[in-house]
Design a binder for this molecule. Structure first.
Ligand SMILES: Nc1ncnc2c1ncn2[C@@H]1O[C@H](COP(=O)(O)OP(=O)(O)O)[C@@H](O)[C@H]1O
Ligand SMILES: [Mg+2]
Length: 365
C-alpha cells in the first residue's frame, strides 16, 4: 500500500521568517522523491508538515488525496526515519523491529514472524537475535528501516538518514534503500543536502533554495537541463562565464563575455539582452592543441590531477579565471602537462545560459 503526497502551495512561517515558501508538488504513489538543497533551505520543515508535527501557515498537505489538517502524527499513514536512529541498543534486533506492533497489541508469534519477514527484506536474515549494539552502522540503518516498515506506512519520510555513515557505506546504502523502496512499493520522500544521493536514488528530485522549490525533474534533467543558476551550480561542477545574451546563431544564442564570445543553449526564461551566466560541465570541455575552433579560448594548463577513472585538468584563461576540463582515463585523449598552452573548447549544445543566483558550494561534511 502506498499513497501519493500533495503539497498544495504550502508555506511555513516561524514568526516573521518564512522557512518554506509556497511549495507546490504532487508526489506520486510509489515514487522515490527527494528534496535536495543546502542546510537551512527548509527540507526538514517540509517533512515535519507532512508527518504532522507542525501545520503549514498556508496551503494544504494531502496524503492519498485526503486533507491532513488536524490529523496528528500517529493518525497519518507515515513513518519517519532520521539520522539519529533511536534504536534500543540492548534489545534484540527483532524486538526493535516489532516494537511498534507490540504497542498496537499484536501477539508475540505474529510479531516475530513479521520481524523475520522484514529482516529478509532489508537483507539481514540472520540478525533477529543479535543485540542492536552488536551491529555495524549500516546494519543499524537497515534495522531502523525495517522497524519503520513494520507498521506498514504508505509513505516513508527519511531525513538525511545516511549522513552519519562513512562515504563507502553511504554509497552502498543508496543502492540498498532504492532496492528496498522498489521491493515494498512504498512512497519514499527523502531529504538530503547530498546531490549524489538524490541523483542516484530518486525517480524525481525537487531542488530547494531559501524555502522555495527551484525545480522538480528526474535526475537526468536536473543535471542536464537545470532550470536556473542555482540548480546548475548546486548540482555538479561547472565552468561559469558571466556575460550578456546578444542574439541568435542557429538554434543557439550568442553570448558575449569579457574573455570571448560563445554560443550556447538558452535556459528557461532567458531572453536576448539578458545579463546571465554560461554553465559548462567539465566533462564537456576539451583542451585542444590547435587554435581556431568555435567556442574556444586560449589557456595555460596549471594542474593535472589523476582521479582514477578520470583526469581533472585545471587551466587559466587570459583573464586569470581557472577553468576545469575532465578527460576520461581510457587513453582516448592526450593529457597535457602543467605549463602547456592549449585552447579550452566546447560544443555550444553542451553549454546552457541561465539567470538566477548561484549556490555557495558547501564542502561535503
Ligand atoms: N521551530 C522553528 N523556529 C524558528 N525557526 C525555525 C524552526 N524550525 C526551523 N527553523 C528555521 O527554518 C529554516 C529551515 O530549517 P530546516 O527546515 O530545518 O532546514 P533544512 O532541513 O533544509 O536544513 C532554518 O533557517 C531554520 O533555522
Ligand atoms: Mg534538516
Amino acid at each position: 500500500m502506498s499513497a501519493g503526497v500533495d503539497l498544495d502551495s504550502v508555506s511555513m512561517d516561524f514568526g516573521t521568517f518564512r522557512a518554506v515558501d509556497n511549495v507546490a508538488v504532487n508526489i506520486q504513489p510509489g515514487e522515490f522523491f527527494s528534496f535536495l538543497g543546502p542546510s537551512g533551505c527548509g527540507k526538514t520543515t517540509i517533512l515535519r508538515m507532512i508527518s504532522g508535527f507542525i501545520d503549514p501557515t498556508k496551503g494544504m498537505v494531502r496524503i492519498g488525496g485526503r486533507d491532513m489538517k488536524g490529523q496528528r502524527p500517529n493518525q497519518r499513514p507515515t513513518a519517519l526515519i532520521f539520522q539519529n536512529l533511536a534504536l534500543f541498543p540492548l534489545m534484540p534486533v527483532w524486538e526493535n523491529i516489532a516494537f511498534g506492533l507490540e504497542v498496537r497489541g499484536v501477539d508475540k508469534i505474529k510479531r516475530r514472524a513479521r520481524a523475520e519477514e522484514l529482516l529478509r527484506l532489508v537483507d539481514l536474515p540472520d540478525a533477529g537475535d543479535k543485540m542492536v549494539s552488536q551491529l555495524s552502522g549500516g546494519q543499524k540503518q537497515r534495522v531502523a528501516i525495517a522497524r519503520a516498515l513494520a507498521v506498514e506506512p504508505s509513505v516513508m519520510l527519511l531525513d538525511e538518514p545516511l549522513s552519519a555513515l562513512d562515504l563507502k557505506l553511504r554509497q552502498h546504502m543508496r543502492a540498498e534503500l532504492r532496492a528496498i523502496q522498489k521491493r515494498t512499493g512504498v512512497t519514499f520522500i527523502y531529504i538530503t543536502h547530498d546531490q549524489g544521493e538524490a541523483l542516484a536514488m530518486s525517480d524525481r528530485v525537487g531542488v530547494m533554495s531559501q524555502g522555495k522549490l527551484q525545480q522538480v525533474a528526474n535526475p537526468r534533467d536536473i543535471y542536464n537541463n537545470p532550470a536556473n543558476g542555482f540548480v546548475a551550480s548546486f548540482v555538479g561542477e561547472n565552468n561559469v562565464f558571466a556575460g550578456e545574451v546578444k542574439g541568435q546563431e542557429g538554434n543557439l544564442a550568442r553570448f558575449v563575455t569579457p574573455g570571448g564570445t560563445f554560443t550556447a543553449r538558452l535556459g528557461p526564461g532567458v531572453a536576448p539582452g539578458a545579463k546571465a551566466r554560461l554553465f559548462l560541465r567539465p566533462e564537456h570541455a576539451r583542451l585542444l592543441a590547435d587554435p581556431g575552433a568555435a567556442n574556444s579560448i586560449p589557456v595555460e594548463v596549471t594542474d593535472v590531477a589523476f582521479e582514477g577513472n578520470f583526469i581533472s585538468i585545471h587551466a587559466r584563461d587570459a583573464g586569470g579565471q581557472v577553468l576545469v576540463a575532465e578527460a576520461r582515463n581510457d587513453g582516448s585523449s592526450s593529457i597535457p602537462q602543467p605549463g602547456e598552452r592549449r585552447h579550452f573548447a566546447f560544443d555550444g549544445a553542451n553549454a546552457v545560459i541561465l539567470t538566477g543566483d548561484t549556490a555557495a558550494k558547501d564542502v561535503d561534511e
